[in-house]
Ligand binder design. Structure first.
Ligand code: BT5
Length: 327
């Protein structure tokens, strides 16, 4: 697959390591003008790549945009509220815990907590979440929608749709799919998990904490053995380095767009977007809930985001939360 010209240039610098590459040789090799080469280098610099000029020899790539610091994220943001307040931490137990504290202190809708690594990253039901340092997106977005607690699970689906679109805007070599309710898969392997937690009163959500973990730049050996058969990263699938700040910003751009859409028009438009990217609907599945194991065909989600499974005897069961195995 042909890469965009800017990425072709970047790839050559990554391969050349410390050997300088001249603007003229790039222009000749790629069949473009030296001015065009220079413009692409400018764009790469704006994205956080650092080039050193070596007299009479050319350029060497000296730095990559490898931190998810707020300045880099903000340079790609188009939002009004989401990501306009970012708490950036090098190491944290879990971004969810920090977000809980901030939410209780009353931070604004769209506040983000993001870290380079988590020492106690968590999935649903306190399962551990592997958060390799500097390689993924480990973040929590605090949102404050004016909805009853019963609608909170729908925000996992809003987030899933936003994540799929953000991934599609930075990766071109594959199509991610959503596995109900909270996983994003690439070719059957998990690249993203979502954990939605809530601070609420009886009839009103005070804050939703949308925890998102995306494997961005891990290579297979970065994963512990037990994940090597079930997990993947965007970089492995795209065969390129992922610009994490750009990915985070795209995600926040889409998350604001879709939560606004949800607040304005309800779940219906989100449901349609979700179904377009679903890898669950139409499949034979096994759903393990806290109470039972249900096997059947996933036939759709309801207006509430509940998964409907048709059993062999024709009966339809609705599932609010479960672990899904696609058969
Ligand atoms: C999830 O739970 O998938 C939700 C993960 C949410 C993580 C984010 S990171 C930022 C924020 N802060 C946190 O502390 N958490 C959130 P669940 O569906 O229960 O899946 C958990 C299972 O996924 C584990 O039992 C492993 O089998 C697998 N797993 C763990 N780490 C993984 C990784 N990096 N990539 C793929 N699979 C992983």
């Amino acid at each position: 697959m042909n890469l965009p010209m800017k990425d072709e240039i970047l790839k050559r610098f990554l391969l050349a390591k410390d050997t300088p590459i001249s603007g003229q040789s790039l222009a000749d090799e790629l069949g473009i003008s030296r001015t065009a080469v220079w413009k692409h280098l400018q764009t790469l610099q704006e994205e956080g790549y650092v080039f050193e000029t070596i007299k009479k020899k050319g350029y060497v790539l000296k730095g990559k945009p490898d931190k998810v610091d707020p300045a880099r994220i903000t340079s790609f943001l188009t939002t009004q509220r989401f990501g306009r307040n970012i708490q950036y931490l090098d190491e944290v137990t879990s971004t969810q815990s920090v977000a809980h504290e901030l939410a209780r202190e009353g931070v604004h809708d769209g506040t983000v907590v993001i870290a380079e690594t988590q020492t106690m990253g968590k999935g649903r039901m306190a399962r551990p979440w592997e958060s390799t340092k500097g390689k993924g997106v480990w973040m929590t977005v605090v949102i404050r929608p004016d909805v009853p607690p019963s609608q909170a699970p729908q925000f996992t689906l809003v987030a899933a749709v936003a994540i799929v679109n953000a991934i599609k805007s930075v990766c071109k070599n594959f199509t991610p799919t959503i596995k109900w309710p909270n996983d994003i898969l690439i070719n059957g392997r998990k690249c993203t998990g979502i954990l939605t937690e809530m601070l609420a009163e009886m009839d009103r959500v005070e804050a939703l904490l949308i925890g998102i973990g995306i494997n961005a730049n891990q290579q297979m050996e970065d994963f512990p053995p037990e994940l090597q058969t079930i997990a993947t990263s965007l970089s492995i699938e795209e065969q390129a380095e992922i610009n994490r700040p750009q990915l985070v910003a795209e995600l926040l751009n889409y998350l604001e767009l879709y939560s606004n859409l949800y607040i304005k028009e309800g779940f219906k438009p989100i449901k349609a977007l979700w179904e377009e990217s679903s890898g669950t609907i139409g499949k034979q599945i096994k759903a393990t809930t806290l109470r039972e194991v249900i096997e059947g065909k996933a036939i759709g989600i309801t207006e509430e985001g509940v998964l409907e499974i048709q059993l062999d005897n024709g009966e339809i069961k609705g599932v609010y939360s479960a672990d899904i195995e696609i058969m």
